[in-house]
Each structure stands twice: as C-alpha cells, then as structure tokens.
Design a protein around this ligand. Structure first.
Ligand code: CU
Length: 351
C-alpha cells in the first residue's frame, strides 16, 4: 500500500464501466469468447528444467528475430525527454508496448540478427541462454541458439570484460551501460498446450511486463564512445514495456485486462538496475516460476520480487470485477524524477 489513499480509492472504487470504452469491452468479449479453458494447474514438474535443445517433441520451423539497436527519445510525465537505447523490431517478432517481443517453441533453432545503429559497440545476448558477437557501429551480425526450456527469457546485452579483449575497444565497450536495450523472448512448450511449461500451470490469457529504469545522467552520454560513465547509478526514470504512466493505462499490451474467472499469466522481467517488488491490489496470485525455475514456496502472494536481470511468472485468478492498481512497492518507481504518479504505475481491469 505504497500509493496515497486517494489514488488507491480512485482506482479501486470506480466501477469499470465509468472508464472502459464500449469498443474495448466489445474487443475483450471477443477475446474471451475465443479463449477456451484448459486443464487446471497441476505443477507436477520436477524442480529441474528440461535439457537445452532436446530435439524430440520440438515443433515448428527455425525462428528468426531481426532487430535494430537505435537511440530513441522518451518523454516522461515531468516534461523531460531522455535519450534511451532500444532494440526496434524489424522482423520475426512483435512488440509489447514499445519494446520487442518474440516467441518460438522450446528446442527449435532461433537466429537473432542485430543491426547496430548506435555509436558504440554492443554485444546482444539472451540472458542465461546465448551471447551474440560484438557488433561495431554500423555493422550487422547474427547468433543462433536452441530455444531454451518453455518460459520467459530476456533479450539484453552481455556485460563484463571479454576474455581476450583487454585494452581493445571491445573491452572498453564491455563495461558500458546499454540502458533500454531489452526485449522479451517467450519459449513455448513442445506439446503446444497453453501451459507455462509442459506439466506446469495452464492459463487463459497472458501479458508481458518488462521493467527497466534509467539515471538520466548515464543515458545522456551512453551513446558517446568517448564518454566515461562512472559514479553512482541513481535511477530517476522508470518504464514498463518502454512506457510510463499514463501511457501504461492506454496500451493494450500493458493494461492487464481480463474477464471474470480467467486465469491470467503475467510474465514479468526486469532489465533495470533497481530490484523491484511488484504488488497487485485486489488479488492474491500464484508465483508459477522465478527465473524459469518452478516455484516451491506455495501459497498465494500479493507482492512479487523481480530482481534485476531475471523474470517472475505469476498466475492470477481474476475473481472480482473492477479496476485495481498494480505497481512496484518502491515509491520512486512510480515517479518521474520525483514527480508522482508516473513511472511503472499499472492497472488491472476485470470485466
Ligand atoms: Cu499499493
């Protein structure tokens, strides 16, 4: 309960009919009509995750994801416009908010192609899965890997020194921030069933929420190859899916909408440097997996840690109608350089 009472009351007491347009309700109805209920969650999967790249049972053709790393200008609620790096989807994927999203079946071959339109070298990576090559400014390169076990994975950049690159431009680049370069890669179970992973929980609808944050002083110089970024990182801007409140309420992929009784999977990732603990009003949820490891601390929860560089998958049974705030509990995360409420303030709407 970190938001002031007035906002809490506004968001939780308003009847949804007061602010949900007929067209949106109609669309939600169509979506709900097409969503068949699947078997209830069993969570019988062993604690270990399936082996990487198992060919048997993997369905689907090799997948591709084509991205361009660019510098963009993001405007925030306090009136500031801040440069960010972003991967922009050129092909093979979709978007969630303004950030790229792709999905493929576990085990299939995925090839990611990145054009580096930045002024610094970058090394794209899918955290915990594969690291791509160093890509110099103006160059394009690819990397290929087997899709990891079914779950929620993060596209980012590889950090840290490169083994043989001491003193090289690449070694210098290795320590640089790449704030905003992110996306979500969902691995689908080989069975094709609508479950988080085979043997795991089912769901009726899903959302992807990717958190990140920025210290505007770092963003201002991160695309200057001669700039040295040092000193403390103090985040003062916070995004989810590349958006901030009120944009989070207006984006179909970021506003969590559901019909009564639906089981909604929310795939949360954090590419910011600030650890978030995300709190949902109105509901308790099952944590399905933390960083793609099935949750063992059973029991419903109302706050979900999402450490930097990791994912947390939760499933919420939407058992009451209304509008409910959904936000990280760190109050600075729902501000724009100290002005409230902006940042990572989100909304859950149940019709
Ligand atoms: Cu709250």
């Amino acid at each position: 309960m970190s938001l002031p009472a007035a906002l809490h009351e506004n968001l939780t007491m308003n009847h949804p009919h007061s602010s949900i347009s007929p067209s949106r309700r109609t669309l939600l109805g169509i979506l709900a009509g097409g969503a068949g209920l699947t078997a209830s969650a069993t969570a019988k999967r062993a604690l270990s995750v399936p082996g990487l790249g198992k060919g048997s049972g993997a369905k689907g053709a090799p997948a591709t994801w084509v991205l361009d790393a660019v510098e963009t200008a993001n405007s925030f609620g306090d009136g500031a416009t801040i440069p960010f790096f972003e991967y922009q989807a050129l092909g093979g994927g979709q978007t969630r908010g303004s950030l790229p999203y792709a999905e493929a079946t576990e085990g299939v071959s995925m090839t990611i192609t990145v054009t580096n339109s930045l002024a610094i070298s970058i090394r794209p990576a899918v955290i915990g899965v594969a690291r791509g090559p160093w890509i110099r400014p103006g160059q394009t390169d690819t990397f290929t890997f087997a899709m990891p076990p079914a779950g929620t994975w993060l596209l980012s950049t590889a950090q840290g020194p490169q083994g043989s690159g001491t003193g090289s431009r690449q070694a210098i680049a290795a320590g640089r921030p790449t704030i905003g370069l992110g996306g979500t890669l969902v691995s689908r179970p080989a069975s094709g069933n609508q479950v988080l992973y085979d043997g795991g929980p089912s769901f009726d609808r899903e959302y992807v929420l990717l958190f990140d944050d920025a210290d505007e002083r770092w963003n201002a110089t991160q695309n200057d190859p001669r700039a040295t970024l040092s000193g403390p990182y103090e985040a003062n801007y916070f995004r989810v899916n590349g958006l901030t409140f009120p944009g989070t309420f207006g984006d179909m992929d970021t506003l969590v909408s559901a019909m009564m009784g639906e089981r909604v999977l929310i795939r949360m990732g954090n590419l910011g440097r600030v650890r978030q603990s995300v709190h949902m009003h109105g509901f308790h949820s099952d944590v399905a997996a933390r960083n793609n490891v099935p949750e063992v601390h059973l029991g419903r929860k109302d706050t979900f840690p999402v450490p930097s560089g990791t994912t947390t998958d939760i499933i919420t049974t939407m058992n009451q109608q209304g509008m409910f705030p959904f936000h990280p509990h760190d109050v600075t995360a729902v501000t724009a350089n100290g002005f409230y409420p902006f940042g990572q303030l989100m909304l859950v709407v149940v019709n």
